[in-house]
Design a protein around this ligand. Structure first.
Ligand code: ACM
Ligand code: ZN
Length: 745
C-alpha cells in the first residue's frame, strides 16, 4: 500500500495527472471523480427552486466578488446553458444537513435535504473551485470545477467552536469573520463565551451596570481594558450566523465565573462585596449567593433578555469550577441547604442549576452546562458538555442525557502544540469506548474550545488553525480509519485557501520532540525527533540561540554533564516554530529505581514513573511534560540503593508554584535513610520559606544537606499543603504539588 501511495505521489508530481484534483476538508462520505470540467463563466446562470433565496444570494455574493461576474440568483428561472441549480429534496436523507452535489461538464446540481443541506453543499462547491474564490477582489482565474458526484452528510449534529470573548474582548467583525470560517468548514455551532470573572460582554437593558462596570477591568499597569456587545450588535451577529446556518449558543456563566457581574451588583454575592472585575486568570471564590432569592430573580431577568436575543434552542449556563467556600460561610446559603434538605454544597450547586433549568424549560430553552453540573444530581432536561476528560459524557449518556464532548486532552485549542497537535486532534474519538448503541446516539457531537486567557484576538487564528481542520473532519466525516498522513497532505493543499481567507494559521505540531533513553550502562541519551519529516533541526547545548550554522542534528546526544539544549527547526530555509528548550541535569540516582508511594495525576505524569530521575528539568510552563503533579497527596519516593556504592550528602528537589492554577510549593521536604527498608531515620528536614501567596509562575528547589551517607534505602517526602488557603480565590479546593526531579548528590 505504501508503495502504491509513493507511486501515485510520484506520478502526480511528474504531472501525469496534470490537473491536480482539489482537496476537500472535511472529506465527504462518498465522492466519485470523473473526467472533464465544468467552467464557471460570466454567462453561468445561478438558479434555485423553492425557499433558497438566502443560500443562492450567499453563493452569488462569494462568486461575484472573486470572479467579477454579475450573477443574479433566479428563482425557478429557465434553464439556459450551463447553469448552477440549487434545490431542496427532503426525501434524499433524513439528516437536514445532507446534500448531493453533481457536477457534469454542462451543469452543477446541488440538492439539499433542507436549506441547511444546500448551504453545506455550497461549501463543498467552493472547495472545488480555485482558492482565489474566497478572495474579496476580482481575480483572473479560469474558474473550473472538476466533474464529480458527491453524496454527503455529517456524522455528528453538533460541530462547534467555543470562542471566549470575555478574557479578551473580540470585535464584532472578528466574531463575524469566525462565523464565516466555521461555515466554510461545515461547522454549525458558535459557543459564545460572553460572561466571565474578567469581563461581562453582553448589554442587559435591565441591569446597565453589568456593562458600565462589569465590562471593564483595571489592569495592573492602571490601563482600562474591556468592551461589550450592544443588543443591536448581538442581533447583527446572530442574524449573520443564521444566514450561514450556524447556531450561536450564548454562555452565561453561573454560579461561578461571575465576579464581573458581582463587581456591578455585589448584592447578589454571599458577602455583599465590594469586588473588582478580575485581572488575574484562574478560578475565583466570589460566586452568586444561592441562599438569596434575589439572585435568581436577577439571573432570570438577565436570561429573559438573552432568550429574546438568541434563537438558539439551547442556552449554556457554565456551571464549571465553582469553589464552594463562600457558600460554606454564608448564613443564607446554609439556611437554604437546611430548608431544602441539601446534604452538602454540591447539592446546593445542583439546586441552583435545577432552578435555572426549570426557568429555561418554561421558556422553551434547554440548558447546557459543563460536566460539574452532574455533581449533586443532574437537572432533568440538561445537556452535559464534558471537558474534564470524557467521564462527564459517559455519566450523562448512561442516564439518558445528551452530551457534547470537548475534553482537555484533544479539544483545548488554547493549549500549546506540545499537548495537542494536529495529529492528536485528528485521533480524537468523540464516542466513549464504553457506550452502547443507544448511548452512542446521545453523543451529539463536539467542540473545540478557544479560551482566550493567553490569546487576544490577533493570536486566535494561529491557535485555531490548522487544528480545527482535524476537528471538523472528525465531527463531520468521522473517518473510521484515521489516515493521518493522507489528511496531512490535504491540509498542505488547503493552506492556499486559508491564505486567501486571510487566516494567520499556526503550526501543525511542535517542531521538535525530545525523547530520553537510558542506555544499558545507565548513561542517558537524548534523541530529537522532527515534528514532520521535512524539518531540519539545528541545535546548541550551551544555552546559546541556535541558527542555521549551528550543529545539524543527526545522531543522539549523549550528555555527560548538565546542559541546556536549544533547537531551532527549519523548513525550506525558514525557521519553523519557536526555539525548543530543555534543561538537562544528571545526578547520582539518574535512571535508578524510584518507588513512588503516592499516585501522580494522570494529567501531569511528567513522563511516567521515571520522570523524577530522568535529568529533564521543568520550565515555567507547567504543561511542558516534565512536571509530575500530585493533587492533595504528598510526594513520597523510596530509592533502593543496595546494589550501589553511593555516598551522598545532598538531596535537592525541584518544585513549582503558580497559585492561580492552585499549584503550591510543598510545606517541607524531609529526607530519611534506612538499612532494612522498614525503619527510617530522618537525616534532614527543610521548611519551605516562600509564601504560598507569592504570585506568578516560578521554580524553586528545596535543598537538604547532611553528613555523607551510604544507606541501603533513601526516602524523600514533600508535604503537600493539601488545600488552597483561606485567602485564596479557590479556598478549600485541593491544592497541587508539582515536582520535576529529585537530585541526589
Ligand atoms: C472549563 O474549561 N472550565 C470548562
Ligand atoms: Zn450565600
Amino acid at each position: 500500500m505504501k508503495h502504491l501511495t509513493i507511486l501515485l505521489t510520484l506520478l502526480m508530481s511528474c504531472g501525469i495527472f496534470s490537473q491536480k484534483r482539489p482537496v476537500l476538508i472535511p472529506m465527504p462520505h462518498s465522492l466519485e471523480w470523473r473526467t472533464g470540467q465544468f467552467e464557471l463563466t460570466a454567462k453561468t446562470d445561478l438558479l434555485y427552486e423553492g425557499d433558497l433565496e438566502n443560500e443562492a444570494r450567499y453563493l452569488a455574493d462569494i462568486l461575484n466578488q472573486a470572479t467579477g461576474f454579475e450573477m443574479e440568483p433566479q428563482k425557478e428561472g429557465k434553464e439556459n446553458k450551463n447553469p448552477i441549480l440549487l434545490k431542496i429534496d427532503p426525501t434524499i436523507e433524513e439528516n437536514k444537513e445532507a446534500y448531493q452535489l453533481k457536477v457534469t461538464t454542462e451543469k452543477v446540481t446541488l440538492i439539499g435535504a433542507s436549506p441547511t443541506g444546500v448551504f453545506r453543499g455550497i461549501q463543498t462547491l467552493l472547495q472545488l473551485l480555485p482558492p482565489a474564490i474566497y478572495g474579496k477582489q476580482k481575480s483572473e482565474e479560469s474558474w473550473k470545477i472538476p466533474v464529480v458526484s458527491i453524496t454527503d452528510k455529517p456524522q455528528f449534529q453538533w460541530r462547534g467552536m467555543l470562542l471566549d470573548c470575555s478574557r479578551h474582548f473580540m470585535e464584532k467583525d472578528f466574531v463575524k469573520r469566525y462565523i464565516d470560517l466555521l461555515a466554510y468548514h461545515k461547522m454549525n455551532t458558535l459557543h459564545w463565551h460572553i460572561t466571565e470573572d474578567q469581563g461581562w460582554r453582553i448589554e442587559i437593558k435591565k441591569y446597565p451596570k453589568l456593562t458600565e462596570v462589569g465590562a471593564w477591568r483595571t489592569e495592573k499597569d492602571g490601563t482600562r481594558y474591556g468592551g461589550f456587545y450592544t443588543q443591536e450588535e448581538i442581533k447583527e451577529i446572530v442574524q449573520y450566523a443564521v444566514d450561514r446556518h450556524i447556531n450561536v449558543v450564548p454562555e452565561i456563566e453561573l454560579p461561578g465565573h461571575s465576579q464581573a457581574a458581582l463587581a456591578a451588583y455585589p448584592e447578589y454575592s454571599c458577602t455583599g462585596g465590594p469586588f473588582e472585575v478580575e485581572t488575574e486568570w484562574g478560578v475565583f471564590r466570589e460566586i452568586y449567593c444561592a441562599g438569596n432569592d434575589g439572585t435568581f430573580e436577577f439571573l432570570e431577568n438577565i436570561l429573559t433578555e438573552v432568550i429574546e436575543l438568541f434563537p438558539s434552542p439551547y442556552i449554556h449556563i457554565g456551571g464549571d469550577e465553582v469553589p464552594k467556600y463562600r457558600w460554606e460561610q454564608c448564613a443564607k446559603c446554609q439556611k437554604r441547604m437546611k430548608d431544602e434538605k441539601l446534604h452538602d454544597t454540591h447539592e446546593l450547586q445542583s439546586y441552583f442549576i435545577k432552578r435555572i433549568e426549570k426557568f429555561l424549560a418554561a421558556n422553551h430553552k434547554r440548558l447546557i452546562g459543563w460536566d460539574e453540573i452532574l455533581e449533586g444530581g443532574l437537572a432533568e432536561g440538561a445537556i452535559v458538555q464534558s471537558w474534564r476528560g470524557m467521564n462527564g459524557a459517559i455519566e450523562a449518556i448512561k442516564t439518558g442525557h445528551p452530551a457534547i464532548v470537548s475534553p482537555t486532552s484533544h479539544a483545548y485549542f488554547d493549549y500549546d502544540l506540545k499537548s495537542i497537535d494536529l495529529e492528536k486532534v485528528y485521533s480524537f474519538d468523540p464516542i466513549p469506548k464504553e457506550a452502547d448503541e443507544e448511548q452512542k446516539a446521545l453523543i451529539w457531537g463536539g467542540e473545540c474550545n478557544m479560551w482566550s486567557e493567553r490569546a487576544p484576538q490577533e493570536l486566535v487564528d494561529s491557535k485555531v488553525f490548522p487544528r480545527i481542520l482535524a476537528m471538523t473532519e472528525v465531527l463531520w466525516t468521522y473517518p473510521m480509519a484515521r489516515d493521518y498522513e493522507q489528511f496531512y497532505q490535504r491540509v498542505q493543499r488547503h493552506y492556499p485557501r486559508l491564505k486567501v481567507m486571510g487566516v494567520q494559521y499556526g503550526f501543525e505540531t511542535m517542531p521538535v520532540h525530545l525523547e530520553h533513553y537510558f542506555q544499558p550502562d545507565g548513561s542517558a541519551e537524548l534523541r530529537l525527533n522532527a515534528g514532520t519529516p521535512e524539518l531540519k533541526l539545528c541545535y546548541t547545548l550551551d544555552g546559546t540561540t541556535p541558527n542555521e550554522q549551528s550543529k545539524i542534528y543527526r545522531i543522539p546526544i549523549e550528555p555527560k554533564d548538565s546542559c541546556f539544549v536549544k533547537v531551532q527547526a527549519y523548513k525550506e530555509g525558514k525557521t519553523y516554530g519557536e526555539v525548543f528548550e530543555q534543561a538537562y541535569e544528571p545526578h547520582q540516582v539518574l535512571g535508578k529505581q524510584a518507588d513512588l508511594l503516592t499516585t501522580y495525576s494522570s494529567h501531569y505524569t511528567g513522563g511516567g514513573d521515571k520522570a523524577l530521575v530522568n535529568g529533564l528539568r521543568g520550565s515555567t510552563d507547567f504543561r511542558d511534560g516534565n512536571w509530575q503533579g500530585y493533587q492533595y497527596d504528598d510526594l513520597v519516593v523510596v530509592f533502593d540503593l543496595r546494589d550501589q556504592e553511593l555516598n551522598f550528602s545532598e538531596v535537592s528537589v525541584g518544585f513549582y508554584q503558580y497559585n492561580n492554577s492552585w499549584i503550591f510549593l510543598p510545606k517541607m521536604l524531609m529526607v530519611e535513610v534506612s538499612q532494612d527498608g522498614k525503619n527510617f531515620k530522618q537525616i534532614a528536614h527543610v521548611d519551605n520559606e516562600i509564601s504560598p501567596k507569592q504570585r506568578g509562575k516560578f521554580l524553586h528547589e528545596l535543598q537538604a544537606k547532611f553528613s555523607p551517607q551510604s544507606a541501603n534505602y533513601l526516602r524523600v517526602t514533600a508535604k503537600n499543603i493539601q488545600y488552597c488557603p483561606d485567602w485564596h480565590e479557590a479556598a478549600g479546593s485541593k491544592a497541587w504539588l508539582f515536582v520535576d526531579e529529585i537530585l541526589v548528590k
